[in-house]
Design a protein around this ligand. Sequence first.
Ligand code: SAM
Length: 340
Amino acid sequence: MVRDLPEQRLFAPHGAGLQDQYGRRVDYLRLSVTDRCDLRCSYCRPHDSLAYAEPRNWLTFAEIGRVVGVFARLGVARVRLTGGEPLLRRNLPDLVSMLAALPGVDDLSLSTNATRLARFAPTLKRAGLARINVSLDSLDRECVRKVSGRDSLDAIMDGIMAGKAAGLTPIKLNMVAMRGVNEHEIERMAAFSLENGFILRLIEAMPVGDMGRDAGYLSLDAARAKLVERFALEPCTATLGGGPAVYWQTADGRGQIGFITPISRHFCATCNRVRLSVEGTLYLCLGQEQRCELRPLLRDKASDAELEAAIRAAIELKPQRHDFLAAPEKIMRFMSQTGG
Ligand code: SAM
């Protein structure tokens, strides 16, 4: 499957780099391996699953390996597997070992809701997965049921602890903070994360798809002020992850809490990422429509040089910023479709 990967090096040396027209370097790929999910989070996707794409449109592992190899040669060293729920993709550990072995991929991570992680954590670790981000919006069973559409708290907690035991660390817990839904849980989530060595990241709900728009957007300013006071947090001096989160840390530097504020303080000027959907669509921005279809190229036997040229041309289209505030109704696709 990965037989022809080494010769891809002929076309571009590592680090030749992808840079967009605004001077931003793109070195991070979020790779969706499925658009299916076993949860129905209120902010993420609708309750019916009729819109699911046919699997024949999904990129195969060989196709994914080839595209990621090209990205890696273009300086994209960090790859995050996402979805949908990536652990629903059959034989995912095989894909993990394939990607972990690619020259140039230095940081391979996974975003998961952890409902199936207890089963897969040791295998994923052995396959070469470095670390995980887990979505967890509350520690209250009923609140989790309401938000995720299922009584999923026990399975999620088992998954998180199995991830920790397997050494898939650091573990970041992603909590979408929503007005009137789970805002009362923020301090408890922070205390739980600090006690257990997890990094909590609070995220503002984005208006992607109808569900995202109705989620109950909450600016994180007030939450940050409260947490800073209660846990005596200080601005974090170390760089953590290189993503959009702004981190604060405890006085001894051992615990961190991150704030991801796409709405109240957008971070588009430093955006370093693109997203590849399970169908092979390359999205240049979560909040805009610019995209490039890579699947036809892969299936029409395009050469690696042609793939590379298509990716470089696509990066030129990366928009300057999202329009979430000016046009919140604009993005009709759900996060599970784009790859969250
Ligand atoms: N199933 C995996 C998981 O639960 O992490 C990966 C996919 S999920 C779409 C990735 C992340 O997107 C999660 O942390 C989720 O909370 C976040 N997300 C989804 N819709 C969102 C929205 N409308 N606003 C903010 N974050 C959102």
